[in-house]
Design a protein around this ligand. Structure first.
Ligand code: SF4
Ligand code: SF4
Length: 549
């Protein structure tokens, strides 16, 4: 390990000192889990090598391997899984899969990269020791190449998360699955040029666009198109389960298993948009949304008289006051937190239901408040004529997309201040958990439309792109010529994949904050600024003047 660091990770926005977590993750990831995650990634690169050889020889790879690759990448996203034993099992499985793929690509006998030839040990302690040597800094690469390699890898992790969400709903795409092997194999090359890395990063962005479209189809085929919906954001008397994360399928299974039990189900975090899907809102006991973005969970779940199920990211270390009533499922995991295993509707949440009954829930109703959500592409485009007319008549002056991942840093109040400051005749589109900074405020209406339009989860960036493309078509111009400004907050790797998608669409002038990624080297940043005019956020006033100017 370089410089005797206990670990090294700089994949998210809250990385220590804006440089890298070297002793313990700010997120709670300890050096052991960091080493196991690094070892799993190393293994996936080896699987990528053999997978790519098999595919280029015209062979096929079983769906279970695709599924494992996407799931493993997802496990290593920030704030998803902190359970060392789960990683040990994943590494064991990766060793078996890699052996099988290597057997099938017998024609490969020379120039085998170290990651492909490597087999991990069977014992956890040795896995940790070896994982420590195989992390981000194990290759002596020039700064810009390392930066671009990690950009590709983190984009791939975000893409894997979306692919996993689509897959659990039964939607997969062969060329998308196969892309994972190509991209993982690519990261093993030690002689790629900067231009080749940039091309691969943009390809990750393009594949992510296809994946977000696939996931949109999966969600809307299964649950209908989101429609404008008033959602309760205050507490109701009675026992309850709070479901957090991003997984609509897990939420459905919980709704089915709690139907008729008298238990209310609240969404939390990125599951708020679920309340707008017709096939989910038909459950009367999907009562509303509790709380805000992920970084407030320790406060919000403290002493909670109900249960919490974390389906995906973002989980934080549970406080003792609720460690006996929080559960994980799917990719999410925390050591010693009960995990509901199984697949799809086979998952059995009866333990959660029994505990929610025991805890009894809130004893009285809170004063009721509702917010309006559900402005996915279908709902917004239904108003397209009205919007175009209002722009032509000068009633709507500008569109702002203010959204992305939220995080704990104080500088994130920027997004709320910006939303408060934009002109009164501007529309604010928002998505992902960054919206919790301002989504309970009343922004009024413009041209008969709400000024704040909640587009949905982070993957619903696809919806925002469709809206922007439709507006560009209506005004017969390029998206970059629209009166539209994108002011995005990033936190983890899903945001990286979305950013790459926006670059792949050649969308320029994005404002990005609250800080720039630590893994982006000065050289790569210069290239991003030059090619895409991406700018760090400054102050709301300064940025607003520049954007409106
Ligand atoms: S995910 Fe973020 S906070 Fe966690 S160890 Fe990595 S850089 Fe640090
Ligand atoms: S949008 Fe990003 S930061 Fe927010 S809950 Fe989802 S994964 Fe976490």
């Amino acid at each position: 390990m370089k410089n005797e660091m206990a670990m090294f990770c700089y994949q998210c926005e809250q990385t220590a000192g804006g440089k890298g977590c070297t002793r313990m993750g700010v997120c709670g990831k300890d050096p052991e889990v960091a080493a196991l995650q690094d070892l799993l990634i190393y293994q996936l690169k080896g699987i990528g090598f053999y997978g790519q050889r098999i595919l280029s020889e015209g062979g096929n790879i079983d769906d279970s391997v695709h599924s494992f690759v996407a799931q493993s990448l997802f496990y290593t996203l920030t704030n998803v899984n902190f359970d060392a034993d789960r990683f040990v099992r994943m590494i064991d499985r990766s060793a078996q899969l890699k052996r099988e793929l290597a057997e099938r690509s017998r024609s490969v006998s020379s120039n085998i990269p170290a990651a492909a030839g490597y087999q991990p040990p069977a014992e956890k302690d040795r896995m940790i020791d070896e994982g420590r040597e195989l992390g981000v800094l194990s290759d002596d690469l020039p700064e810009d190449i390392l930066s671009l390699r990690e950009l590709v890898l983190y984009g791939l992790k975000g893409l894997a998360a979306y692919a996993h969400h689509a897959e659990v709903l039964g939607y997969t795409d062969r060329s998308l699955n196969e892309f994972f092997y190509r991209a993982l194999d690519f990261t093993l090359g030690d002689d790629h040029s900067v231009a080749a890395y940039v091309d691969m990063a943009l390809e990750v962005g393009r594949q992510n666009l296809r994946c977000m479209e696939l996931l949109d189809r999966a969600n809307t085929d299964r649950f209908g198109n989101p429609e404008p919906t008033e959602v309760l954001v205050t507490r109701k008397k009675g026992p309850f389960i709070v479901v957090s994360g991003h997984d609509l399928y897990d939420l459905t299974t919980i709704l089915e298993q709690t139907e008729g039990t008298g238990i209310n189900v609240y969404t939390h975090g990125e599951l708020l948009p679920a309340n707008a899907y017709p096939e989910l809102k038909r459950y009367n006991h999907l009562i509303g949304n509790y709380g805000g973005a992920w970084q407030d969970q320790q406060k919000e779940f403290d002493e909670i008289p109900g249960c919490v199920v974390m389906t995906t990211n973002c989980i934080q270390k549970p406080r003792e006051s609720y460690s006996d009533r929080i559960f994980t499922t799917g990719p999410a995991g925390w050591p010693e937190v009960s995990h509901i295993s199984g697949e799809g509707s086979d998952k059995d949440f009866s333990e959660v239901i029994a505990r929610a009954r025991e805890l009894g829930g809130w004893s009285e109703d809170e004063k009721e408040k509702r917010i309006t959500i559900g402005f996915g592409h279908n709902a917004v485009l239904a108003e397209a004529d009205r919007i175009v007319e209002a722009v032509q008549e000068g009633k709507i002056s500008h569109f702002f997309l203010i959204g992305g991942c939220d995080g704990a840093r104080g500088r994130r109040s920027y997004y709320e201040e910006l939303a408060d400051t934009v002109p009164g005749d501007a529309i604010i589109l928002t998505l992902a958990c960054g919206k919790y900074r301002f989504n309970k405020k009343d922004f009024g209406t413009v041209a008969g439309l709400p000024r704040l339009l909640d587009v949905g989860q982070c993957n619903d960036a696809h919806s925002a792109i469709r809206v922007a493309s439709a507006l560009a078509e209506a005004f017969d111009c390029d998206v970059n010529e629209l009166p539209l400004s994108l002011v995005l907050s990033w936190y983890e790797q899903k945001a990286v994949s979305i950013l790459l998608s926006l670059f792949a669409l050649d969308i320029r002038g994005i404002r990005l904050g609250p800080t720039l990624p630590a893994f982006v080297s000065p050289g790569v940043l210069d290239a991003l600024v030059e090619n895409f005019d991406v700018q760090p956020t400054t102050t709301p006033e300064e940025d607003l003047e520049a954007l409106l100017g």
